[in-house]
Design a protein around this ligand. Structure first.
Ligand code: 5RP
Length: 238
């Protein structure tokens, strides 16, 4: 598919999610990535137009913080008295979405804070284009596992015993691995046999040295799916 078409689909998904779910006065988690950023931009647009007021946002990454700064969206830490670790809604993107609306996230390496936001939110919305839909999580996209640097080899061995192949995520314009916003590395993990993502979300986090993994199975989102025919389908949270 043409890049322009994909971009239009991402814009449409973000607009649909914001227009139908964001209300004035909300404490709002804002996700990361090339799709989530369009939801952030729509929030900024509505604030500028005066159609949205009194938004207290939480940005899930430096990318999102910088966009909030540009758009004058007021943002706070989750520990702030304005948010006090409670969000009304988080809108984010995803790398894969299965038929139960379970997710793989972390293509942008922000899944640690994205999960904090999602699981601190009363409602959760995911914006994707239709290429992100999959019958089984892990079919096309590895699950990212954020690990403290000291645990790289130990965690890799444990994952191998759990039946997974592991690739250390390399940086693009820096030699060596990606270093996350919390000083960790990312292992991209592919299971050799089908696994249960809900069980694996828990099991991965029990490995010493693992900080967080990219399976999101405990918070069912509303999913806004932008289709190539220009429509946006809404799959409710059930
Ligand atoms: C970042 C994420 C992103 O939301 C996910 O990778 C999707 O990104 P994009 O919309 O650019 O494909 O989880 O950590």
């Amino acid at each position: 598919m043409e890049q322009d078409t994909i971009n239009l689909m991402k814009i449409a998904a973000g607009k649909a999610a914001v227009d139908s779910m964001v209300k004035s006065g909300m404490k709002l988690g804002l996700g990361t990535g090339s799709t989530a950023i369009h939801a952030v931009r729509r929030v900024g647009e509505l604030i500028t137009q005066g159609a949205l007021r009194d938004i207290c946002a939480f940005a899930t990454s430096f990318q999102t913080e910088i966009e909030c700064e540009k758009l004058n969206i007021p943002f706070f830490t989750l520990n702030s008295k304005e948010l006090s670790a409670g969000l009304d809604l988080t809108i984010d993107g995803a790398d894969e979405v299965d038929p139960l609306s379970r997710l793989i996230k972390g293509g942008g390496g922000a899944h640690l804070i994205e999960k904090l936001a999602a699981y601190a939110s009363s409602a959760f919305a995911i914006t994707i284009d239709e290429s992100k839909l999959t019958e089984r999580l892990g079919n096309g996209f590895p699950v990212p596992v954020e690990v403290i640097p000291e645990a790289r080899v130990q965690v890799t061995k444990t994952l191998d015993k759990l039946g997974a192949d592991v690739i250390l995520r390399e940086a693009l314009r820096k030699a060596g691995p990606v270093i996350t916003e919390h000083g960790n590395i990312i292992l991209d993990v592919r299971f050799r046999e089908p696994i249960d993502p809900s069980l694996m979300e828990t099991e991965l986090n029990q490995i010493p040295g693992v900080v967080e993994n990219g399976f999101f199975t405990r918070k069912v989102p509303v999913v806004f799916i932008a289709c190539s025919n220009g429509t946006v389908e809404t799959r409710p949270a059930v």
